[in-house]
Write a protein that binds this ligand. Structure first.
Ligand SMILES: [Zn+2]
Length: 84
């Protein structure tokens, strides 16, 4: 089911709603049925948000990996030094 972003023409309230086929939602703020579907804006901002959080997650994973590598290298170095 698609999620659409709507802007209420009555009170300018922006909201997202899962909309069943041919169902028209009402504004949750003022119950107005005069809504402007923000479909394009919503899909662009959503994919941007996804890309951003993906990047953040990947950057975080990379830095964790780096820390693990450093810790591993340090451990090995100490281990070798201890046994000399
Ligand atoms: Zn409204």
């Amino acid at each position: 089911m698609p999620i659409y972003e709507y802007k209420c023409l009555g009170c300018d309230h922006l909201f997202e709603k899962i909309v069943k086929l041919n169902e028209t939602p009402n504004c949750p703020e003022c119950d107005s049925g005069e809504l402007e579907k923000q479909f394009t804006v919503a899909s662009v901002s959503t994919s941007r948000t996804r890309a951003k959080s993906f990047q953040t997650a990947r950057a975080r994973a990379n830095s964790v990996k780096k820390e693990q590598d450093v810790a591993q290298a340090e451990y090995e170095r100490k281990h070798i030094e201890d046994h000399h």
